[in-house]
Ligand binder design. Structure first.
Ligand code: SAH
Ligand code: SF4
Length: 355
């Protein structure tokens, strides 16, 4: 099969995906063109924003790669107070970006669960049309259900790696980091009726291109609506601080992953992650050109941002006004694309499944 025939396939198996991810430089241009064509055909050259609120860096988990893992005792911990969280929501609503995403370290206390509910009720009371994504880790089905009823309609829970063996190389092997439980949580999220998002990190220690291909098949078979993935960036103070990437160019492999995911899952939403921008200037723009269609400007209060330190050199762009939010997005929009405000940008895939 020629590379072009592979790109034009209707069914993708592991072998084809590996071939696409390992393509040479001239094939890479074809890969990008194909992803761009599919993006234009299925969802249009359109980009939507989700204003990101980093609610808390308190986390019960101890993922080896993450800077806010529970055994990072150096880190000052915070939970935004209701006033700060609500003013971040207000700022997002005033900008007309139309969607917010609340992300947090994993907490399962009743007070945390009730706090999220309170914020959902608040956001919906201020703007009944706002689209809300949650990314607050593994919860019981009842909790996912409750948050859904209060108005969250999208949930992002990365599988991190769909390879069980690799999963346990990047997480402690114990009940708090149970691979089966993560899979189960994704099922609950789907069953409750969320637009379901998952994703992985690219460039984890010992990760192979074959595993990345399997990750894509995993996401396809789960029939996800949204994908959030990005490069793994070592974080000081974690067990992986000196990790050496298995790929000679993690940035480029991350773009390849976006392009291949777009080609395989044509009408889902794909995030141009902050991590990819952190790796290289204009990373987000390149991610959009490779097939991504979502950007997530950070609207968390300035005073806490540096404590939500998942990885080294995470950008700390201060946002002080609604206009500033939109401007910070516009600078990442490539020529030929439109950035939408006033429209939620729900997953087209989710819509067509449910019609
Ligand atoms: N606690 C929740 C959500 C917050 S963490 C959860 O884990 O699901 C959000 C994401 O940050 C994680 O899913 C992980 O993929 C990513 N992340 C953590 N550490 C990272 C690192 N060092 N480099 C790149 N991404 C990282
Ligand atoms: Fe906690 Fe999420 Fe970081 Fe894991 S990745 S330590 S769950 S914040």
């Amino acid at each position: 099969m020629t590379f072009k025939q592979i790109l034009d396939s209707h069914n993708f198996d592991k072998e084809k995906l590996v071939r696409m991810l390992k393509c040479n430089n001239s094939e890479y241009q074809q890969l990008l063109e194909k992803a761009h064509k599919i993006q234009c055909k299925y969802i249009g050259p359109n980009v939507y924003g989700r204003a990101l609120i980093e609610l808390s860096n308190i986390c019960k988990k101890d993922c080896f790669y993450c800077g806010i893992r529970s055994s990072n005792y150096q880190l000052k911990r915070y939970l935004l107070n209701p006033e700060d969280a609500k003013s971040a929501i207000d700022l997002a609503i005033e900008s007309d970006i139309s969607s917010i995403a609340i992300q947090s370290g994993e907490q399962t206390s009743k007070s945390f669960i009730d706090y999220i509910s309170e914020l959902l009720i608040y956001a919906k009371s201020q703007d009944p049309n706002i689209g809300i994504t949650l990314s607050c880790g593994e919860q019981t089905k009842e909790v996912y259900q409750k948050w859904f009823e209060y108005g969250a309609e999208r949930y992002l829970l990365r599988i991190e790696s769909s390879d069980e063996q690799l999963y346990y190389q990047i997480h402690p092997n114990n009940a708090t980091h149970d691979f089966k439980k993560r899979l189960q949580s994704l099922q609950y999220i789907k069953e409750v009726g969320y637009q379901t998002g998952t994703g992985i990190m690219i460039g984890l220690p010992n990760q192979s291109v074959e595993q990345l291909a399997n990750d894509i098949l995993f996401m396809r078979d789960l029939d996800i609506d949204m994908c959030g993935m990005g490069p793994f960036i070592p974080c000081s103070g974690t067990p992986f601080e000196n990790s050496i990437s298995p790929f000679n160019d993690v940035f480029n492999m991350s773009l390849r992953m976006i392009a291949v995911v777009r080609i395989v899952m044509k009408d889902i939403n794909i995030v141009a992650s902050t991590a990819i921008e952190t790796m290289k200037k204009n990373g987000r723009k390149k991610a959009i050109l490779a097939g991504a269609n979502i950007i997530m400007p950070n609207v968390s209060p300035d005073s806490f941002r540096s404590y939500y330190a998942l990885y080294n050199n995470k950008p700390n762009v201060k946002i002080s006004s609604p206009k500033h939010i939109i401007d910070s997005c516009l600078k990442d929009i490539p020529v030929g694309f439109t950035f939408f405000v006033g429209e939620k940008g729900n997953s087209k895939h989710f819509k067509s499944k449910n019609n």
